[in-house]
Design a protein around this ligand. Structure first.
Ligand code: PEP
Length: 259
């Protein structure tokens, strides 16, 4: 079975001004170093607003911080008359490794369809960015008991016609919409159920070796107090963290869940 390096990604959303953001990155690095965080054992990623990426790049590359960083969204297009959009080429130029695609706040607030999310995954891959593809069910779907089917359909729509080499470059985040920013957390077994279904769907699509290596994150009110139990589940390989990533102490504690 493949070894999967756990990944903790902090999605700042539209929070923190420029000074607060750069301060957070510096303090996070000091805190992790202080705790002798092993970046080879747990990969740490920050996902700031676009306007902070240049400064984060200067800090991370200038000071050789082990943190990685990425964008919260990208355009499906590479360049052109798309006012307000950000191309994957721009993110790659700024040294981004990751980009979030299909976050529920984009699917809902910006009416992003499965088709658009799929086009964004392809755009990320064209620019050698690792898409963190978000999938997850709203509350009514969970209550109807069709959450696995819902998530599998989102996954198939986004990855369906990619080849094995492309799917191997994707990270999937299972984020039940009802658990995002609400304080409601899926139980570790709920997270495991859907993360396992994601892995078996990828196995059906492109085979077991890619599925074994695929990193599947859980997201939805992850905190220092619940992360270790969630991470004990065999198909959960990390977390996409919103609110708690805005506190250095909380996010560092999440990254050090093994200690
Ligand atoms: C998120 O924004 O992806 C998220 C999971 O947020 P929170 O941790 O605040 O629920």
């Amino acid at each position: 079975m493949a070894t999967r390096t756990p990944l903790m990604a902090g999605n700042w959303k539209m929070n923190l001004d420029h000074l607060q953001g750069t301060h957070l990155v510096q303090k996070l690095d000091w805190t992790l170093r202080d705790g002798r965080h092993d970046h080879a054992a747990v990969e740490v990623v920050v996902l700031p607003p676009f306007t902070d990426l240049r400064s984060v790049q200067t800090l991370v590359q200038g000071d050789k911080l082990a943190l990685r960083y990425g964008g919260q969204d990208l355009s499906p297009h590479d360049e052109g008359a798309y006012t307000g959009d950000i191309s994957g080429a721009f993110l790659a130029k700024l040294g981004c490794t990751y980009v979030v695609v299909g976050h529920s706040e984009r699917r809902e607030g910006h009416e992003e369809s499965d088709e658009l999310v799929g086009a964004k995954v392809r755009a990320a891959l064209r620019h050698d960015l690792t898409p963190i593809l978000c999938v997850g069910e709203p509350l009514d779907v969970r209550q109807a008991g069709t959450h696995v089917e819902h998530v599998v359909a989102q996954l198939r729509a986004a990855l369906g016609d990619l080849d094995a080499e492309q799917v191997a470059r994707v990270v999937v985040a299972y984020e039940p919409v009802w658990a995002i920013g609400t304080g409601e957390v899926a139980t570790p077994d709920d997270a495991q159920e859907v993360c396992a279904a994601i892995r078996s769907t990828v196995e059906e699509l492109v085979g077991s070796s890619v599925a074994d290596g695929l990193r599947v994150l859980y997201g939805g009110s992850v905190k220092p107090g619940n992360v270790a139990e969630i991470m004990r589940r065999p198909d959960v390989d990390g977390a996409l963290v919103g609110g708690a990533s805005l506190s250095v102490d909380d996010f560092a504690a999440i990254c050090r869940y093994q200690q």
